[in-house]
Ligand binder design. Structure first.
Ligand code: ADP
Length: 537
């Protein structure tokens, strides 16, 4: 499919989904015919702009305009509503993007971001435009403004909480769905049980006294917990939609659970119940996913670490065996065996250095986790330091065919921990050699305005946007076609060292076009040097 066709299709899908779910939303109780208990389109718009990019905003604007005109209000009023709906989605998705929201909602942080930034904050825009437009058109004149605004706001928030979260957790391919018969049977059982119990609680009045006595929303909770425990985010989101559909469609039915009072009161009761339950279930599912992820990461780490340590250990063993054989050969040693012995010992020493640096990295993670990274400041000429590091790595760089071009036009002198800065520069250069596809590497450094800047630029495979923030996390690596050794700790440690100096370590890259890592350090130490404990997973 060409880019143009795909974009047109995306546009059409978002537009159609917006209009269709808006009609659906308005078939339930609606204040003044426009403000509803759940406004699914706000969730669809947020999910579309977050997942497929904010350039889709015209689809949201067009959908909102058509959906609002269809309610029978004048076109200029519909346009005011549509501006609010569209701005809300743009701001919501921009805020989520800004704070690193992961649409798979597998961390507690993602739940907080979705609830706080999207559902609660961005929806203020839609509700305010809604109230403004309604006031100009004289809609809901008998209502209190605050009540009207609140219903609109809560409706949009519920759209984000229930509908956007459902799309988020299903949209991205993650684990393949298990289609084992027992699993499918469990899904069916849970679905039937949840529908039956929700109907009993929210919809019907029973003639059985005992059913009336125990009728309460708490009866639904164990089934929702079942969904979250066994099917995590996807299960929890589906179960919530099911319960919400039953609860909302029941509000107009006499004798139903949330039937009492005025339309405002009915909406308020239904929405508060649904919001509290949805947030609780999302939190539970995210906490479970976080735990599963942490356990998986630990197991993976153990396997990577053992592999990484075993490779140099095996090499070391081979080299030492060869040295011992040469040494034990009877008779006087000739020049060639002397040379062989010497080579084996030098190689062993280099392999040992590699082992020491791996173990040092692991120790650094423990130090950083405990906040025990101590810096020893001294006057360091950066050009000297760079010369040392490049000298040491020259051979490794020649092996892969990447020449290192150094450009340091003037003196760069600062107060830093020499060993630690050396460690960062070594890591950046080693990475450029490892991932630089054998092309030239450029290292530049200069000082100005109280800061020093060092950049390492390679022309290798580059790093996608999504991976750019991930690689600074401990044990995070990007999958490559050829296996490149490493623990995924260098950049994490590097950034912590930069920050402990009061500086930063950042990356700019595009896949296929190489990567530029920039280390910015103040020339003088920060007033307070702290290394607060960092969580390592
Ligand atoms: P390691 O190199 O030991 O895996 P790092 O923390 O140094 O650990 O790097 C983390 C990941 O970032 C690497 O596994 C690699 O996928 C990616 N990466 C780092 N530097 C580069 C680079 N210059 N070009 C492309 N990818 C890189």
């Amino acid at each position: 499919m060409t880019g143009g066709v795909r974009r047109a299709l995306e546009f059409a899908v978002v537009f159609a989904a917006y209009v269709a779910t808006a009609r659906l939303g308005l078939t339930f109780d609606a204040v003044g015919g426009v403000a509803t208990a759940v406004w699914p389109p706000s969730g669809i718009a947020l999910a579309a702009l977050t997942l497929r990019g904010r350039r889709l905003w015209p689809a949201v604007a067009a959908g909102a305009l058509v959906a609002n005109i269809a309610t029978g209000i004048p076109a200029w009023g519909a346009a005011i509503f549509a501006v609010g709906n569209t701005l809300e989605a743009i701001v919501g998705s921009a805020l989520l993007g800004r704070f690193g929201f992961d649409p798979r909602i597998r961390r507690l942080r993602d739940v907080l971001l979705l609830v706080g930034l999207a559902a609660m904050a961005s929806t203020v825009i839609g509700a305010t435009f809604g109230l403004g437009g309604a006031a100009l058109m004289g809609i809901g004149a008998g209502e209190s403004s605050a009540g009207f605004w609140a219903v609109w706001w809560v409706g949009d928030a519920m759209g984000d909480l229930l509908v956007a979260s459902l799309i988020f957790v299903w949209a991205l391919p993650r684990v393949r769905l298990s289609l084992r018969p027992l699993r499918l049977l469990e899904v069916a059982l849970l679905g039937v049980a949840l529908t039956f119990v929700s109907m009993l609680v929210f919809r019907r009045q029973s003639t059985l006294r005992v059913v009336e006595l125990v009728r309460g929303t708490y009866v639904v909770t164990p089934l929702l917990i079942w969904a979250a425990l066994r099917f995590e985010q996807r299960g929890a989101a589906c179960a919530m939609i099911l319960v919400a559909t039953v609860a909302i469609t029941a509000t107009g039915v006499p004798g139903s659970y949330f039937a009492a009072g005025t339309i405002h009161e009915r909406l308020l009761m239904t929405d508060v119940y649904l919001a509290v339950t949805a947030i609780s279930m999302m939190t539970l599912a995210a906490a479970l996913a976080e735990r599963r992820f942490a356990i998986g990461a630990r197991d993976e780490f153990i396997s990577i670490a053992s592999h990484e340590l075993k490779t140099p250990l095996t090499a070391l063993k081979l080299r030492l065996s060869s040295a011992i054989r040469t040494q034990e050969r009877p008779g006087p040693r000739d020049a060639s065996s002397e040379e062989k012995l010497g080579r084996a010992l030098v190689a062993s020493s280099m392999t040992t250095d590699r082992l020491v640096s791996l173990v040092e990295d692991l120790l650094d993670v423990s130090r950083l986790t405990a906040g025990r990274l101590v810096l020893r400041f001294e006057r360091v000429p950066l050009d000297d330091l760079v010369r040392d590091v490049t000298g040491r790595l020259r051979e490794q760089a020649n092996e892969t065919g990447s020449p290192i071009e150094v450009s340091i036009p003037g003196p760069v002198l600062g107060s830093w921990d020499r060993t630690r800065v050396e460690q960062v520069v070594t890591n950046l250069l080693t990475n450029a050699i490892k991932y630089g596809a054998g092309k030239p590497i450029a290292l530049s450094a200069y000082a100005g305005d109280g800061w020093a800047r060092l950049q390492v630029k390679d022309l290798g495979q580059g790093i996608s946007r999504a991976d750019q923030s991930r690689i600074f996390q401990p044990f995070e690596r990007v999958a490559t076609t050829t296996r490149v050794g490493g623990l995924g700790l260098g950049l994490y440690i590097g950034r912590q060292i930069a920050e402990a100096h009061g500086g930063t370590l950042t990356v700019e890259s595009a896949p296929g076009h190489g990567a530029t890592f920039t280390l910015d350090l103040p020339l003088e130490p920060p007033a307070v040097v702290t290394t607060s404990p960092k969580r390592a997973s």
